[in-house]
Design a protein around this ligand. Structure first.
Ligand SMILES: Cc1cc2nc3c(=O)[nH]c(=O)nc-3n(C[C@H](O)[C@H](O)[C@H](O)COP(=O)(O)O)c2cc1C
Length: 192
């Protein structure tokens, strides 16, 4: 099973990027072929329909191809103002925008429909970014994703990681692993 993991942050010391690395490792341990995508590796501007009309940026096509190639995704969603980040919204907006006249990317839902998606979040707050998940979930379902019923919000993230870039608490590791395992379990059944 091909699993894509990415975080809605490009911050150097991002909690969500760290969580994504942990989820990716767990996916590999579970036997998945994992791609850990760093959104900073893609040169994607703010969405602008006039810009798009002059030609979809090459890295947007690359993004669509990466999303399309993975039946299972884990998204680590930071919380800004009780919602998910502008980076995540911009990434999803570009990925869902059809490319006029393109042989593959004229279908809005193509890189989304049928994907099995698990959502994690991390924040130093007490809710662990859970409210970002509650905004992200309907967007993903609207685009035709199968949302895994399990999720996990890592609270007090500033003190949750150990020096080895793992979660210090085994109970928290289990929560993350449960999401990864459920996504892989469901993707094997829904995307066979
Ligand atoms: C504009 C802004 C709004 C934020 N709003 C929230 C919030 O509503 N809830 C929360 O838990 N943290 C909030 N934070 C703190 C972020 O969760 C924190 O910066 C976190 O480290 C971002 O994720 P990252 O570490 O993956 O980059 C906010 C941060 C910014 C910059």
């Amino acid at each position: 099973m091909k699993l894509l993991v990415f975080a809605g942050s490009t911050r150097q010391q991002s909690f969500n990027r760290r969580l994504a690395r942990i989820a990716a490792r767990m996916g590999r341990d579970a036997g998945a072929e994992v791609t850990l995508l760093e959104l900073s590796d893609l040169d994607i501007p703010m969405y602008n329909a006039d810009l798009e009309a002059r030609g979809t940026p090459p890295d947007v096509i690359r993004l669509k191809e990466i999303l399309d190639a993975h039946p299972a995704w884990i998204i680590c969603s930071p919380e800004y103002n009780g919602s998910y980040t502008g980076l995540l919204k911009n990434t999803i907006d570009w990925a869902s925008s059809p490319v006029a006249g393109h042989p593959v990317w004229t279908d809005v839902t193509r890189p989304f429909a049928g994907k099995v998606v698990g959502v994690l979040s991390a924040s130093n707050g007490a809710l662990g970014g859970l409210r970002s998940q509650s905004h992200l979930a309907p967007l993903l379902v609207n685009l035709g994703c199968w949302l895994a019923p399990r999720n996990y919000a890592l609270a007090r993230a500033a003190s949750a990681f150990d020096a080895g870039d793992d979660l210090a608490d085994e109970a928290q590791r289990q929560q993350v692993r449960a999401v990864v395992d459920q996504v892989l379990w469901a993707a094997q059944r829904l995307c066979a």
